[in-house]
Design a protein around this ligand. Sequence first.
Ligand SMILES: [Zn+2]
Length: 200
Amino acid sequence: MLYHLSLKGNDSHMIGSCDEVDPSSGVPTCSTCGYRTDPDFTNPGFRLRRRRLDLSCCYDGAVIVSDRFRALHASLGGRNLRFVDLPKAPGFYHLTCVTPVALDYAAMGTQCLRLCAGCGRHLDVVGRGTIVLARGASLADHELAFSDRYFGSHNEAIPLLICGERLAKALAEAGVAGIDTCEPVIRQDAVGTVDGLESS
Ligand SMILES: [Zn+2]
């Protein structure tokens, strides 16, 4: 079983607002649409406003984790995450993903709109029902992965966090702070039952 984790907000921005980037962050932007081109960009001057959370999400989608989460993931042998140092937020890291997991966006009802010819990004990736794993996709039970598409508009780019059962259990047992909801992810071969689940 895989789970989707949604995280609490940390009241912080990694690179600026949804509509305007902070030039001092150094994030690269597209000369056509003006929005950021690298959704995993780390601002070395990033400041974390809420430091009680072991996992949290910025307004613009960056995932921030604590030393505690990093140690727990490592203790299970996890290798699918990168922990980028944040000089102004010692003890915390900007999380990025080595190998994202593919989801079935058609089955989820996700719409990718307003393709920018400059950067090749959709400026709106919106909407989702129950999360469905793509056919053939998998994730080890001790791992965490980002979805292979990020959601949101403009400078927002929020990956969905997909978590294996063993890691999800370990996080719950350790009582880490910051997980808002933990919902099961549906496998492709179970898609036929999704409508039934939603209408019941
Ligand atoms: Zn663009």
